[in-house]
Design a protein around this ligand. Structure first.
Ligand SMILES: [Zn+2]
Length: 235
């Protein structure tokens, strides 16, 4: 019996700042390992990081270098857009900037920040990234001013970072037990940017807690928002 050829999925993570993807690295690695096309799009270049040295221009260079290193670790493509760090705001213009990438990549799955009102105020860039991503999924369905790419009208599976505190929704777990080393390698690239935050302990604790809830060693957790007839693709 010949095996049915499965078309690779296009998986896109959208975050505000490079290093925001700490909670989803294992999932991106799972998909890259299976031969899917994996992208991470950051709306800003993270030039406002107080933990990193020097001028915004120099920080952008450092961040771009980080992205190149991580692309190699994960086998993913990283794109840094040019919205201002700490100045991300939902607008038609900004959503269309992201929609152009969705039209080009044609994502089957999109992962992004949760809007998470239960988290309190959080970073405005994170909250607005959720809004911009939702709007961009819609705008990618139309021509608008972009005549380079065809509209993307296929269903999209949308996942947001899960945070346990006060979250009434049931999480969707992804088993990332085989990806712990890669996750830590990516965190190592960013370690300076995280500053004093004990990021490795925090991420390990989260992976273990979600793993415990899912019945595996390490897991990442999401809220799943299926878009129209999208399938629950993420693994
Ligand atoms: Zn951030």
């Amino acid at each position: 019996m010949t095996e049915k050829k499965v078309k690779p999925l296009n998986v896109v993570a959208v975050f505000a700042h490079p290093d925001d993807e700490a909670g989803v690295i294992g999932t991106l690695a799972n998909h890259a390992d299976k031969g899917d096309n994996v992208y991470a799009i950051f709306l800003t270049r993270g030039e406002n990081a107080s933990s990193l040295c020097c001028s915004p221009e120099e920080i952008i260079k450092i961040r771009t270098g980080h992205a190149k290193e991580i692309e190699k670790i994960l086998g993913a493509e990283y794109r840094l857009l040019d919205l201002p760090d700490s100045g991300v705001h939902p607008s038609v213009e900004n959503a269309n900037k992201l929609a152009v990438h969705f039209k080009e990549i044609k994502p089957d799955i999109i992962i992004t920040w949760t809007q998470a009102p239960h988290l309190g105020i959080g970073h405005p860039d994170h909250r607005y990234t959720y809004n911009i991503t939702l709007d961009a999924i819609s705008y990618a369905r139309y021509k608008n001013d972009d005549h380079t790419h065809q509209p993307h009208r296929e269903p999209v599976g949308l996942y947001t970072n899960y945070f346990a505190i006060g979250n009434p929704d049931k999480p969707f777990f992804v088993d990332v037990s085989n990806q712990y080393e890669k996750i830590m390698s990516v965190i190592d690239v960013y370690i300076e940017a995280y500053g004093q935050w004990p990021v490795k302990d925090y991420i390990t604790a989260q992976l273990m807690m979600h793993g415990r809830m899912a019945g595996v060693r390490f897991a990442e957790a999401y809220n799943k928002i299926l878009w129209r007839t999208a399938q629950p693709y993420l693994y």
